[in-house]
Ligand binder design. Structure first.
Ligand code: AMP
Length: 174
């Protein structure tokens, strides 16, 4: 996955001091890189019998949609509060300072659905575990969580204990 690492740009102190932001826009702009990233996750989930791929707003959407198409599954958006127009369920989660929330349409997944959750970066894992809870509250099964980038030093994998997790690029240090 060296090809992918070279296409991920470090932006220090964005969006706030102390954060090393992993900018995936060079990867998105590179046809080969984009194909490798999407293709690796498609292969990983090829035999998972997934019926839906849920993308987490907003960069998760970019990867989740082509993965869904390749898996012959549907796409479901998991969004920040107030963005989805129909009936939603909401789940709150803690940030370092304060709380945040994610929402999913109440009818977006059904009991019996097998759902892959996709985001660009796994940091503390709060976002991914919240997405998984939303899917499970609607009675569906979480097949796994797939991300391009895992920031190992923030411990997200531990937080997702019990869920299958794949990342394409890992960083041990900021
Ligand atoms: P977390 O809930 O801490 O795992 O944060 C994951 C979410 O925040 C993902 O949707 C990422 O897009 C975003 N994120 C967190 N930290 C970073 C980072 N260092 N670089 C890029 N995106 C990040």
């Amino acid at each position: 996955m060296k090809a992918l690492t070279d296409l991920i740009r470090d932006i220090p102190d964005f969006p706030e001091p102390g954060v090393m932001f992993k900018d995936i826009t060079p990867l998105l702009a590179d046809h080969n890189g984009l194909q490798i990233a999407v293709g690796a996750l498609v292969e990983h989930y090829r035999d998972s019998n997934a019926s839906l791929v849920a993308g987490i707003e907003s960069r998760g959407f970019i990867f989740a949609t082509p993965i869904a198409l390749e898996l012959q599954a549907g796409f479901v958006p998991i969004r920040k509060p107030g963005k989805l127009p129909y009936d939603v369920i909401r789940e709150d989660y803690d940030l370092e300072y304060g709380t945040d929330s994610l929402e999913i349409h109440r009818d977006a997944v059904q009991p019996g659905d097998r759902v892959v959750i996709i985001d660009d970066v796994l940091a503390t894992g709060g976002t991914a575990i919240t997405a998984a809870k939303l899917v499970e509250h609607l009675g569906a099964t979480v097949v796994g969580v797939g991300v391009m980038v895992e920031l190992e030093y923030l411990g997200g994998r531990k937080r997702l204990d019990g869920y299958e997790l794949i990342s394409l690029v890992q960083y041990e240090h900021p």
